[in-house]
Write a protein that binds this ligand. Sequence first.
Ligand code: KG4
Ligand code: ZN
Length: 343
Amino acid sequence: MTSAGTGLILGIESSCDETAVALVQQGRTVLADVVLSQANEHAAWGGVVPEIAGRGHLRDILPAIKSCLQKSEVDPADLDAIAVTARPGLMGSLLVGVTAAKALAWSWNKPLVDVHHIQAHAYAALMALPDWNFPYITLIASGGHTSLYQTDSPLSHTLLGCTRDDAAGEALDKAAAMLDLGYPGGPSIEKAAADGNPKTFHFKRPLLAPDSLEFSFSGLKTALLYKLKGPGGKRKDPTQLEPGYLADLSASFEQAVMETLAKKCLRACQQTGIQQILVGGGVARNQRLRRILPQLATPEGITTTFAAPEACTDNATMIAGLGYALFQSGHQADLHLDVSAGG
Ligand code: KG4
Ligand code: ZN
């Protein structure tokens, strides 16, 4: 264990299209939280363009660090460590955050802590709980990942199942592109679905084999394409759809994705005997998922905890938070720290 310090950790996140910097004390108290999103820059392309993302991080990283330090009013001399996302993510994007973190660690003479992005999403859900009572079943559903874990500590996550193809957020992003609803797809489908009837269109729930904890969303996407093309596949332009049709189609698709995620969480609980579910990642912002999961889980005596909405999508409070837990456990990186696209 590291001897008692200030507990102040500066977190840096740049794995995808958010440049984020946060200052968190003792893994819990958020003193400053800066997120500069590039979503508008990627919208025209219907998804994140790695080259644009890397350049955006380069432009935004120093202003984000400066703004975070100003907001928190913390003197860098008082920091215990600098935590940074080193994997998984887009290589060019990760490199910007890691290079900045190394430069700060070197010039301020502070320890550097490398953080795993998905485990940090799980930490964001843990931050929503006043006390921890391990183990938990953790679902991380984002644009890049859909994975179920057994979580035995903030640092111990055993993979139970993940997606065989598209991540849940990726399926929503691609579906929104098909429906011409705009990027990012999760929020735009949620908005379009608000007044829709989720029972209008039937989408088969991709639950796979009865005991499977894996996910597969690509079939749902294809099913949406057929429904969108209409009888005989004749319809060419989604903008020809009646507003009610689009709302019902969006609601039915969203319902199928969220119900599948919820049912797999329950399946993991049944298989492990664990009665507590944590949910994080961008898709955990979804209001329908936040309704469906407790509806299914509560009657089974299973509790559900979602990360705070602002902590679901990419941010650096979760990086600083998990960085604190890692630092406390004695984990540190050196200035040769490398990035990795995969987990
Ligand atoms: O965690 P995140 O910010 O980045 C990754 O690590 O991938 O997640 C982004 C994903 C996108 O696919 C986006 O469409 C989805 O989260 N998302 C949502 C909502 N807000 C963001 N999905 C469903 N409902 C939402 N409200
Ligand atoms: Zn993420």
